[in-house]
Design a protein. Structure first.
Length: 209
């Protein structure tokens, strides 16, 4: 059974408060989202296996630990997940990146796929799916479905802000997936936006309406 991990480090919470503010412009918003994703990556990767190797320091030989052959792919849900993916790639530069394009139908609130491009060896990689907002959970659940149908098994979901409804949806559809969030907000409004949330993450990242 997957778990919900609330990452409440003070630096993350401080930066999260700034991006929630309606007065924060696109440039600062993008920079902070990338920084928060980088900080969250420390916890997301905490369970990476290690192996012991022997190295030569300037003084003597020593036993040291390195990550043990872990293959990772970062999969942002377009378009809002792109900046988060860049932040995580700072810590895991050897990871490959896939892309899943979804948009939410404004009437049904259901996800509609328009693009999917993944590494050819995804069956051999653990996948980290990233999207700033986990609202209804429909897009995240659909993205995880796409990955499962292509043979991947190890999947984590990383979001900045989640609504209880979105968490429940992902846990119901994909009970084995770990969910990492920086905040769990109150609820969704009638339009499927998180309250208090931060508005439309994609629009705020890229200065669109």
């Amino acid at each position: 059974m997957g778990s919900v991990h609330l990452i409440d480090h003070p630096l993350i919470q401080h930066k999260l408060s700034i991006i929630r503010d309606v007065g924060t412009g696109p440039k600062e918003f993008r920079e902070l989202v990338e920084e928060i994703a980088t900080l969250m990556a420390y916890e997301v990767t905490r369970d990476f296996p290690l192996e012991e190797v022997e190295i030569q320091t300037p003084i003597a030989t020593a036993k040291a630990k390195v990550i043990s052959g872990k293959k990772i792919a970062i999969v942002p849900i377009l378009r809002a997940g792109l900046v988060m993916a860049d932040g995580i790639m700072i810590l895991i530069p050897a990871a490959k990146m896939g892309h899943i394009g979804l948009y939410r139908d404004p009437n049904t609130l259901r996800p509609v796929e328009y693009y999917c491009k993944l590494p050819v060896d995804i069956q051999d990689r653990d996948m980290i799916v990233v999207d700033p907002m986990l609202a209804t959970g429909g897009s995240a659940s659909a993205a995880i479905d796409f990955l499962k149908k292509r043979g991947t098994k190890g999947i984590k979901l990383v979001c900045l802000i989640a609504a209880p409804e979105g968490i429940n949806r992902v846990q119901q559809d994909h009970p084995e997936v770990d969910i990492f969030v920086a905040a769990i907000d109150e609820r969704l409004d009638s339009h499927g936006y998180i309250i208090p949330g931060l508005g439309d993450a994609g629009d705020r990242l890229f200065g669109t309406k």
